[in-house]
Write a protein that binds this ligand. Structure first.
Ligand SMILES: NC(=O)c1ccc[n+]([C@@H]2O[C@H](COP(=O)([O-])OP(=O)(O)OC[C@H]3O[C@@H](n4cnc5c(N)ncnc54)[C@H](O)[C@@H]3O)[C@@H](O)[C@H]2O)c1
Length: 390
């Protein structure tokens, strides 16, 4: 008999060579009789999740979380569609082999490929992680162009073959502008469905506030990361709470909050690279799970979560037509609404503006990829892109 947290292993029903789908991988090519299994348990309808950069370091942590059921639930069978680059195709096969060998009952299909028009077919979630790293001496404008082209193409592919209501989370950097480019290319997918990942920054901010206040992380709520996933981001201690009380009433150290806390969160990625020798991967994968979760579960009353979303009709006066991280609430249906009751002071306003200016400059620099004419790269002085996470 099965313990309550176990799921019965499915029985593969091979129905002959004709049932083997050419695009699938290994054991996942067998056709399972899902209908028959549904009679014995109450599984939901299978969902399809596409992941780009699937042979990369972040994905290597993320895929096993998705397959285990901790993200979408123990009654949610999934199909994984893994997109790699030509260079990473062999590694992608290795990833699929490891998924096979993990015997996850909920993982019903795995397919791998390098053509987004094939891999993104019917995707209901697209977790776009694949990107070129910023090489030594590479200018920011070059990185925006190289990765922007990848995201323009993937946006077009999503538009052509994914589910029309696909939810897209862009992780590959520079993730806000990549997400904007991606959403500009598919005319049929609502702009509201596109997110850039700032959940890692939120988690880092919560950790630092918990450390300073001497409480566990779960006491910290209402943390917003405003703006770009870069060193201009604004971790908001003005609206954040600890145990339901404003942070400023618990941590009575304004200078620490304004300077040390803000710098620590903004530069955490770079410091981690100095220690680890590579960019954060495990905690990024965890933060992708943490970014999906608030979209599929109702936000607890009074709380919110930040996400890089489209600034169409935002109540904060931030320039329209950007992907900018702002506080959101969700009913758990995959959609979200922006939070209206936030406090602004001069400190926040000024910094929110700086991040906005950076994103506007990134947008001008990628105009050729969004259909808005000739690109002009007047990026602000000082390298504000997260060191090493590029
Ligand atoms: N938003 C965030 O909070 C955050 C945090 C950490 C890292 N990142 C970013 O995530 C991205 C991935 O990081 P990683 O550590 O997994 O890198 P990685 O280099 O280990 O993996 C990236 C993978 O993407 C693949 N790839 C490149 N171009 C591709 C394309 N056109 N289509 C599909 N796949 C392609 C590469 O072959 C590689 O396997 C980077 O851009 C990094 O800067 C974002």
């Amino acid at each position: 008999s099965l313990a309550p947290n176990q799921v019965q292993t499915p029985v593969a029903v091979p129905t002959g060579a004709q049932s083997i789908k050419p695009e699938c991988y290994g054991v996942f090519c067998w056709t399972y009789d899902l209908k028959k299994e549904e009679e014995t348990r109450s599984w939901k309808k299978m969902i399809t999740i596409a992941i780009s950069g699937a042979a990369g370091t972040i994905s290597n942590h993320l895929l096993f979380k998705l397959a285990s059921g901790v993200v979408f639930g123990p009654d949610q069978p999934i199909a994984l569609k893994l997109l790699g680059s030509e260079k990473s195709f062999h590694a992608l096969e290795g990833v699929a082999m490891e998924l096979e060998d993990s015997l996850y009952p909920l993982l019903r299909e795995v397919s791998i490929g390098i053509d987004p028009y094939e891999v993104f077919e019917d995707a209901e979630w697209a977790l776009l992680i694949g990107a070129k790293p910023r090489g030594p001496g590479m200018e920011r404008a070059d990185l925006l162009d190289i990765n922007g082209k990848i995201y323009a193409e993937q946006g077009k592919a999503l538009n052509a073959v994914a589910s029309p209501n696909v939810k897209v989370i862009v992780v590959g950097n520079p993730c806000n502008t990549n997400a904007l480019i991606c959403l500009k290319n598919p005319p049929n997918i609502p702009a509201k469905n596109f997110h850039s990942l700032t959940r890692l920054d939120e988690n880092r901010a919560k950790c630092q506030l918990a450390l300073k206040a001497g409480v566990f992380y779960d006491k910290v709520s209402n943390v917003t990361i405003w703006g770009n996933h870069s060193t201009t981001q604004v971790p908001d201690f003005v609206n954040a709470q600890i145990g339901g009380v404003p942070v400023k009433e618990v941590i009575k150290a304004q200078k620490w909050l304004e300077e040390e806390f803000t710098e620590k969160v903004r530069k955490r990625g770079g410091v981690l690279i100095q220690k680890w020798g590579r960019s954060s991967a495990a905690s990024t994968a965890v933060s992708i799970v943490d970014a999906i979760n608030p979209l599929i579960t109702p936000t607890p009353p009074g709380d919110w979560f930040p996400s890089g979303v489209y600034t169409n009709g935002n109540p904060y006066g931030i320039a329209e037509d950007l992907i900018y991280s702002m506080p959101c609430r969700s009913k758990g249906d995959g959609d979200y609404e922006l939070v209206k009751d936030v406090i602004f002071d001069d400190y926040l306003r000024k910094r929110i503006k700086t991040s906005e200016e950076e994103l506007l400059a990134e947008k001008r620099c990628t105009a050729h990829l969004t259909g808005e004419g000739i690109a002009v790269c007047d990026l602000p002085a000082g390298d504000t892109m997260l060191p090493g996470e590029m």
